[in-house]
Design a protein around this ligand. Structure first.
Ligand code: CUA
Length: 193
């Protein structure tokens, strides 16, 4: 008679070694997972401590329409003296001003937005432009559009009964066309007048 022939018999003499090796292997795997998790916590913690998310820029929502950067004549897209393309807009129940925003393709565009009343937000088509617009604060977002075309820009924070009707359009035109139109220093928008 032999042990190998009887399945219910005592385990072969090396079974303990096999079990011990498996336990050691899993102990190493678990140890590596723990080390990776701790490293992730340390790295993200140090990174966020070294790079605070953003500066906070405040603005008085009661005087937006009267003076300062967000008066109506200053809204739209413009080329700053240093060459940066800046698009300013105001969100309010239940529209964006301007309703149609012109931006150039293949150039960094900085959006600066604020709200006159409640929290709004906007997202531009399938791009990475996505921010909340909070009264009392200026939201900024810099992005580059790579293709010409038109995007919808809906409000994506529930802001009241008219929320679902609150949206604007973003028209991306070629950089050449944009720069020739912006040459005069005027604010560009594609709102039909
Ligand atoms: Cu504005 Cu929803």
């Amino acid at each position: 008679m032999s042990a190998a022939a009887t399945p219910a018999g005592p385990p072969p003499p090396h079974a303990h070694d096999v079990a011990a090796a498996a336990e050691r292997r899993w102990a190493w795997i678990v140890a590596v997972i723990i080390v990776v998790l701790i490293a992730m916590m340390v790295i993200t913690g140090v990174k966020w401590a070294a790079m605070p998310p953003s500066r906070v820029e405040t603005i008085d929502p009661r005087t937006l329409h009267i003076s300062g950067e967000f008066v109506e004549s200053n809204l739209g897209t413009t080329v700053a003296p240093d060459g940066r393309v800046v698009s300013r807009l105001v969100a309010q129940q239940y529209s964006f001003e301007p309703q149609c925003i012109v931006v150039p393709a293949e150039m960094p565009v900085t959006f600066r937005a604020t709200s006159t009343d409640v929290i709004h937000g906007f997202i531009v088509g399938t791009t990475n432009v996505n921010t909340m617009v909070v009264p009392g604060f200026v939201a900024t977002f810099t992005t580059t559009f790579h293709q010409t075309g038109e995007h919808l820009m809906p409000c994506h924070e529930y802001c009241g009964t008219g929320h679902e009707a609150m949206w604007a359009r973003v028209r991306v035109i070629s950089a050449n066309e944009f720069l020739s139109r912006a040459k005069a220093g005027e604010r560009l928008s594609c709102v039909s007048r």
